[in-house]
Design a protein around this ligand. Structure first.
Ligand code: ADP
Length: 212
């Protein structure tokens, strides 16, 4: 049987969801959506929506489900049947809404990849990383270029990677995202992947799990 190609990534901030989601999308030739990038991009505009988004992101809080659902269903509507999502769903309500949306639009249910990384490891990664503002590429701080080699965007620390905001994001994850694990596990749609090690090692584990 071929590997499933409706894939969502779950995991704490700094687990490597963005990095692995991009790799998987290149590997299978699928569209990928990072909801964090989508929100940060929208936040740059001068619009009521941008101000609304900013009010949540500046405190490390999740944006409301209804707003996120509007944005993601627009993105999914423009996609073919297959996709990779980085950062959606992030709440049980979002997971159920995604299932309903896929069913209504005649698509297969998504499988979830959960990147399991300890809190101390993600805290250390996030406090030592720089990112590309434009495409979300990530580097350890001492290896970060001044300009992203892929999209020429500016690189630097992410505003919400400060210790305080990281802790708020982690608390949101524990309270709101962890309940998605039993939801996907009960239907045998959850791949639990050890997120330790190099990006190559983690990617190999993901491919093996999807093939099984
Ligand atoms: P990380 O996974 O490292 O926390 P992201 O770039 O995926 O970072 O997301 C940044 C922020 O955007 C999140 O902390 C949250 O506030 C918001 N966000 C992203 N995706 C969602 C979502 N599906 N629902 C609600 N808020 C979201």
């Amino acid at each position: 049987m071929s590997a499933p190609r409706q894939i969502v990534f779950l995991g704490p901030p700094g687990a490597g969801k963005g990095t692995q989601a991009k790799r998987l999308s290149h590997h299978f030739g699928l569209g990928v959506c990072s909801t964090g990038s989508l929100l940060r991009c929208e936040e740059q505009r001068d619009s009521p929506l941008a101000h609304e988004i900013h009010a949540y992101l500046k405190d490390g809080n999740f944006v409301p489900d209804a707003l996120m659902l509007r944005m993601i269903s627009t993105w999914l509507t423009d996609q073919g049947a297959e996709f990779v999502l980085d950062g959606f769903p992030r709440t049980l309500a979002q997971g159920k809404a995604l299932d309903a949306f896929l069913e209504e639009t005649g698509r297969s249910q998504a499988v979830a990849i959960w990147l399991d990384v300890t809190t101390s490891e993600v805290e250390s990664r996030v406090s030592h990383r720089e990112v590309c503002d434009r495409c979300g590429n990530v580097w350890p701080r001492d290896e970060a270029p001044k300009q992203c080699p892929d999209c020429q965007g500016p690189t630097g620390p992410r505003a919400d990677d400060s210790v305080e905001l990281f802790r708020s994001r982690l608390a949101e994850y524990e309270a709101k995202t962890l309940p998605l694990l039993p939801y996907y596990r009960q239907d045998h749609r959850l791949h639990e992947i050890c997120g330790r090690g190099s990006p190559d090692e983690v990617f190999r584990r993901i491919l093996t799990a999807l093939d099984s």
